[in-house]
Design a binder for this molecule. Structure first.
Ligand code: GLN
Length: 452
């Protein structure tokens, strides 16, 4: 059924870059049936899943939505996808994304944009973005082209596309899921997580994805709790903080109204709601857009056409590097490499990169202090609903501003969940974000369940 849906809808949505052959999918499904019959079903047995094309999949082309890796077939399986396979998940294909996961609209893919299956009431001809960078995953899950999908989130790339497509997306605590075999963007921020149709599904899928892996030096060795049991638990008496600094000037009335609605739902469920302050919030975006490009410039140095990436020919070695990188990287990736090398260069390092790292520590401390008083924070996921393809494209700063509510949790490394919270007046989905303490995804999932 999912492959039929892909056949019908993928030409319009472009949610998948690669679809696996029907015979392979069928063989995996038959194997799942056999395990089930023997009573050996795993957590994800038989569940058809899309995989963001940033996870290396053994024998299956993995592109990062870049020309640079357009022909790359990994000889190994990423840690997270290996865990999903071991739990019985069935992969349908590799989903579209912004090139190297850099973006908020899925407009920078070398394989063309992915499109949001939702449309604005009255203007069905205006194609909307599914969000980014995990836009193929969110479009696929929302339109029934996958039951669930993997995403990665560096500064919002699971949560914002989930909000824009009316699905659930969870960025776990940094270190919860192994980064081994996930093509790196900004290694101190990158984190894999589930994108699903319900909070319960997100809990189940995280349980299958998470766990210690010695091959990722920042992987946590904390035990993985039975996350699927967290959903449906009473949230009575839990304390919910409303970060006052997130009431940014100019925030649309509909976003504020949704936020108030979320507060009312949690009060009805027996939560105590209080205002809290995260005083360094206003520096979040600026420090993120220094740290992330800095790490990107370092990570993407490996695509030189010799060890990694496509190769363009030229008469000298430097010429090969230059021609390869000029042909292989798109405009957004190139601009970030330039920004990153600039902020890391001698003479600017202290003024930009070091300063941004100090601010990052202050932002992390803001969260730790808030979590002395409250169990979770509640905020919008994004400052708008899905926008039209082409909007914000000529103004990168406007595009970056879209990440205002998602980057702080990434900088702090804390878990954050986006839950669908209703529709705006144009009939488009909006998302609410639940942010929790380090490694306390369970409380985040319980609160998410109460909001659903
Ligand atoms: N939009 C942010 C960026 O472009 C976040 C991307 C992500 O989380 N991968 O960097």
């Amino acid at each position: 059924a999912h492959l039929d849906a892909i056949d019908r809808l993928n030409p319009a949505l472009n949610a998948y870059i690669t679809v696996l052959p029907q015979a392979d999918v069928q063989a995996a499904a038959d194997a799942a049936d056999a395990r089930y019959a023997k009573g050996e079903a795993g957590l994800m047995d038989g569940l058809p899943v899309g995989v963001k094309d940033l996870f290396c999949t053994k024998g299956v082309r993995t592109t990062a939505a870049s020309k640079m890796l357009a022909e790359f077939v990994p000889p190994y399986e990423s840690a997270v996808t290996a865990r999903l396979l071991a739990e019985g998940a069935i992969f349908l294909g590799k989903t579209n994304l912004d090139e190297f996961a850099m973006g908020s609209a899925n407009m920078s893919s070398a394989f063309g944009p992915a499109t949001n299956p939702w449309q604005r009431a009255g203007t069905p001809d205006v194609a909307l973005v599914p969000g980014g960078s995990s836009g193929g995953s969110s479009a696929a899950v929302a339109a029934g082209l996958a039951l669930a999908a993997t995403g990665t989130d560096t500064g919002g790339s699971i949560r914002q596309p989930a909000a824009y497509c009316g699905i659930v997306g969870l960025k776990p605590t940094y270190g919860r899921c192994s980064r081994w075999g996930v093509i790196a963007y900004a290694s101190s921020l990158d984190q894999a997580g589930p994108m699903t149709r319900s909070v319960a599904d997100a809990g189940l899928m995280l349980e299958a994805m998470a766990g210690f892996d010695a091959r990722d030096s920042t992987s946590s060795n904390r035990p993985v709790p039975a996350f699927h049991k967290a959903v449906g638990k009473s949230v009575k008496g839990l304390r919910v903080g409303i970060p006052t600094e997130y009431r940014a000037p100019g925030l649309p009335a509909e976003i504020l109204a949704m936020w108030e609605q979320g507060i009312a739902w949690l009060k009805d469920a027996g939560c105590e709601v209080v205002d809290v302050s995260l005083p360094h919030t206003r520096y979040g975006l600026a420090s993120y857009y220094i740290i992330a490009p800095a790490e990107c410039s370092s990570n993407l140095a490996r695509y030189d056409g010799i060890r990694f990436g496509t190769r363009e020919s030229a008469p000298s070695l430097d010429g090969v590097y230059e021609a390869t990188r000029a042909a292989g990287f798109g405009a957004e990736v190139r601009s970030r490499i330039l920004m990153g090398t600039y902020v890391l260069s001698a003479g600017y390092y202290d003024a930009y990169y070091l300063k941004a790292q100090k601010v990052r520590t202050l932002i992390r401390r803001d969260f730790e202090q808030a979590f002395e008083k409250v169990d979770v924070l509640l905020a919008p996921t994004a400052p708008s609903a899905a926008f039209a393809q082409g909007d914000n494209m000529n103004d990168p700063v406007q595009m970056y501003l879209n990440d205002i509510f998602t980057v702080p949790a990434s900088l702090a490394g804390v878990p954050a969940l986006s839950v669908p919270a209703g529709l705006d007046s144009a009939g488009l989905p909006l998302g609410l974000q639940v942010i929790g303490r380090h490694f306390d995804e369970e409380t985040v999932l319980s609160i998410g369940g109460a909001l659903e």
